[in-house]
Ligand binder design. Structure first.
Ligand code: PGA
Length: 295
C-alpha cells in the first residue's frame, strides 16, 4: 500500500509547486472566510434551476452493434423530460449511437480526445471530429485516464479549455485514492485538482461545466461512498467554485457523484442538496440505468 505522500508524488510531477500554491490559496481562503464568505454561503436551495444530469460512462464496453442494441433497450426506460441523460461511449460507437438516439431525450458524450484539431497524432481523435459526429459532452480527467494513461492536471486543464473552445461541455472528474481518504487529506487533494484543472477557465464557462466527484475507492468496487460522504465533497467543490469565481457560478455548476451508483442507492445520493446527478459506469450498461434516471 503506498503512503499518502508517495501516492501524491506518483500522481503528479508538480507536487512542490502545488504545495506552494496550496499554502498561498489557504491564506487567501482564510482571509475570505473571515471577511465575506458568510454572505455568499450556499443555502442548499436546489430550486436554483440546476437541471439533474445522469450520464453513463460506458468505458471500453460495447461493440457498435451492441451499442445500438443497448440504446434500443434503454430507450423507453430513460424517458424523463426533467433530466439531462447522456451516454458517454467509446469513440467507435459515437456515430451509431448518435443515430440510434435521434429524436429521444438522450445526449451523446465521448470519453476522450486530444487537444489538437488535426495532424500527426496517430490513434487520437479531435474535439472538432467529436462535435461533427454529434457529441455534446466530453469526460475529462477520469481517474482511469489519470492512472492508467498518465494524464496529469496540465493536460487535463488544456483539455477543459479546448473542449469549451470547440463547443463541447466537459464532465470534469476528480477524486481521491483510498490512501488519501485514509490519510484524511482528500479535501486538499480535491481542491488542488479542481483549482489546477480550471486554471484560466472563465466563470461563464464554469457555469456550463459538469464536475464529477468520483472517489477512486468507490469506482467499480461495489463500495459506494455514503450519501453523506458524497455530499460533503460535492458541497466542498461548490464552495471552492464560489471562492475561485463567485456565488452565481457556484450555484450554476452541476456536480455529479460517481462510484458504484446503482438503482438501489441513487435516490438517496441524488436527494442531497449539492449532488445534481451521477456519472455511472457499470450500471449504465443495463436496464438499471433507467431506474437511476428516474430515481
Ligand atoms: P462505476 O464507474 O459506476 O462502475 O463505479 C463510475 C465511473 O468510473 O465513472
Amino acid at each position: 500500500m503506498p503512503s499518502a505522500a508517495s501516492d501524491i508524488i506518483r500522481r503528479t510531477p508538480f507536487v512542490r509547486l502545488h504545495d506552494v500554491f496550496l499554502a498561498y490559496e489557504h491564506q487567501i481562503c482564510t482571509y475570505w472566510s473571515e471577511v465575506d464568505v458568510k454572505q455568499y454561503f450556499y443555502r442548499g436551495d436546489k430550486t436554483m434551476a440546476r437541471r439533474r444530469i445522469i450520464a453513463g460512462n460506458w468505458k471500453m464496453n460495447k461493440t457498435p452493434t451492441e451499442a445500438v442494441a443497448l440504446c434500443n433497450e434503454l430507450k423507453d426506460l430513460v424517458k424523463n423530460d426533467d433530466v439531462d441523460v447522456v451516454y458517454c461511449v467509446p469513440a467507435i460507437d459515437i456515430v451509431p449511437v448518435a443515430e440510434a438516439v435521434k429524436g429521444t431525450n438522450v445526449h451523446v458524450g465521448a470519453e476522450n480526445f486530444y487537444i489538437e484539431d488535426k495532424g500527426a497524432f496517430t490513434g487520437e481523435i479531435s474535439a472538432p471530429m467529436l462535435k461533427d459526429a454529434g457529441v455534446e459532452y466530453i469526460i475529462i480527467g477520469h481517474s482511469e485516464r489519470r492512472d492508467i494513461f498518465g494524464e496529469n492536471d496540465v493536460l487535463i486543464n488544456a483539455k477543459v479549455k479546448k473542449a469549451f473552445a470547440a463547443g463541447l461541455k466537459p464532465i470534469l472528474c476528480c477524486g481521491e485514492s483510498l490512501a488519501l481518504r485514509k490519510a484524511d487529506t482528500y479535501k486538499e487533494w480535491i481542491e488542488r485538482q479542481i483549482t489546477w484543472d480550471l486554471s484560466g477557465v472563465s466563470a461563464d464557462q464554469v457555469k456550463n461545466l459538469v464536475i464529477a466527484y468520483e472517489p477512486i475507492w468507490a469506482i467499480g468496487t461495489g463500495e459506494t461512498a455514503t450519501a453523506d460522504q458524497a455530499e460533503e465533497v460535492c458541497k466542498l467543490i461548490r464552495e471552492l467554485i464560489a471562492k475561485l469565481y463567485d456565488q452565481a457560478t457556484a450555484d450554476a455548476v452541476r456536480i455529479q457523484y460517481g462510484g458504484s451508483m446503482n438503482a438501489g442507492n441513487a435516490a438517496e445520493l441524488l436527494s442531497k442538496p449539492n449532488i445534481d446527478g451521477g456519472l455511472i459506469g457499470g450500471a449504465s450498461l443495463k436496464a438499471d440505468f433507467g431506474q437511476i434516471v428516474n430515481a
